[in-house]
Design a protein around this ligand. Structure first.
Ligand code: TXA
Ligand code: MG
Length: 343
């Protein structure tokens, strides 16, 4: 398949790329489109054939539902059979932005999108190019992260090209994603609002709006394989490079000693900038230790870099779990297939 690559000039209203992209989507095609969190593998959510193509291209298990992206609260309401007061408050405060709400679905949403669940995940993204495509086409877009299933999510167009060239109809280059980890997912379909996946919006901010928030156990720790998982995508080893990732929890000195004495070849450190000079192993600095938004922006890029360098093992220093740090921790834990070392 020939993949069209569209690269709009940044900061202009030049839109010569838009009609062709919309034609592709209306014809049931699949395109990698930028959002502020990560790039999404996008297709018309109301076209079952197009939705099937997403699963096939990504190699995604059929039991893992897709998020539907909209460009207004009205559009969201057409996809949900109920839009409770908690949803109104969250939409008012966090949309457009990195928040997905799980709601009872309307008859409009094909079963393939929701993987047979009675609910649907809906997000109104903030990225101007994604918004423009949805507004101009009038199509709600189903979009999982645009990585091949299991690998780190793409946070720039080069990552999409590496994973998807020849497999999708188009890639829209919107530059680097400003958030860098996926949206926070909250279910407002039950009696109490429930956090299913930490992401770009910190739980503290949700609690400030809702007053009440249950945490799914998959949010902070390992999920119990015998229990049904609320967000099915949270149960697999995920976001992982080819290298083996080990998540190391401990203070700076302990971490540096651990890395410096770790045996074997091809061992790399994913550390904080302040630690780099103390390490005698090759390393990549994620960010300054207290800059959690930067950790989120650079995480998936860094995981992909280790594969470029041919790393066999990555010893990742666990970040602070406050704010968006919880999402960074959650992704690293899955990239490490839950291999967490407490020093
Ligand atoms: O930031 C994001 O959310 C990105 C961008 C492209 O919007 N999308 C994204 O999609 O991360 P994906 O498919 O990689 O992750 C969606 C997660 C999965 O864990 C899935 O199981 C969960 O959302 N999910 C989707 N619909 C759901 C539903 N109805 N109930 C529970 N979980 C749901
Ligand atoms: Mg994903």
């Amino acid at each position: 398949m020939q993949t069209r690559i569209f690269k709009p000039l940044p900061d202009t209203l030049e839109e010569s790329w838009l009609p062709e992209l919309i034609e592709i989507l209306k014809a049931g095609g699949v395109a990698a489109l930028p959002t502020e969190t990560v790039y999404g593998l996008s297709a018309n959510a109301l076209d079952e054939g197009a939705v099937d193509s997403i699963f096939r291209i990504k190699g995604r298990p059929q039991d893992n539902p897709l998020i539907v992206h909209v460009a207004s609260v009205e559009m969201a309401k057409t996809l949900a059979s109920e839009f409770p007061p908690a949803a109104e408050r969250l939409a008012e405060r966090f949309w457009p932005g990195p928040l997905t709400m799980v709601l009872k679905k309307s008859a409009l949403v094909p079963d393939g999108v929701s993987a047979g669940l009675p609910t649907v995940g809906i997000r109104f993204p903030a990225h101007p190019l994604m918004r423009r495509v949805i507004e101009k086409s009038g199509l709600p877009l189903a979009a999982p992260s645009a990585n091949l299933s299991g690998y780190p999510s793409p946070t720039n167009a080069e990552h999409c090209i590496a994973d998807l060239l020849g497999r999708v109809d188009a890639i829209l280059d919107g530059g680097a994603c400003s958030v860098g980890v996926e949206s926070t997912i909250v279910s407002v379909a039950g009696a109490r609002p429930r956090l299913l996946r930490p992401g770009g919006i910190p739980p503290e901010a949700l609690i400030a709006v809702l007053g009440d928030l249950e945490w799914d156990r998959a949010v902070s720790g390992e999920s119990d394989p015998s229990c049904p998982v609320a967000a099915p995508g949270m149960k697999y080893r995920h976001y992982a490079p080819r290298a083996q990732v080990r998540l190391v929890v401990g203070g700076r000195e302990q971490y540096c000693q651990f890395v410096n004495h770790y045996p074997g070849e091809g061992v790399y450190a994913l550390c904080f900038s302040e630690e780099q000079r103390e390490l005698n192993r090759p390393s990549l600095a994620l960010c300054n230790e207290d800059d959690l938004p930067e950790a989120a922006r650079r995480l998936f890029w860094a995981l992909r870099e280790f594969d470029e360098k041919g790393a066999k093992t990555v010893l990742a220093h666990c970040p602070n779990r406050e704010g968006v740090g919880l999402a960074v921790y959650n992704r690293l834990l899955r990239a490490a297939a839950f291999d967490e070392i407490e020093l």
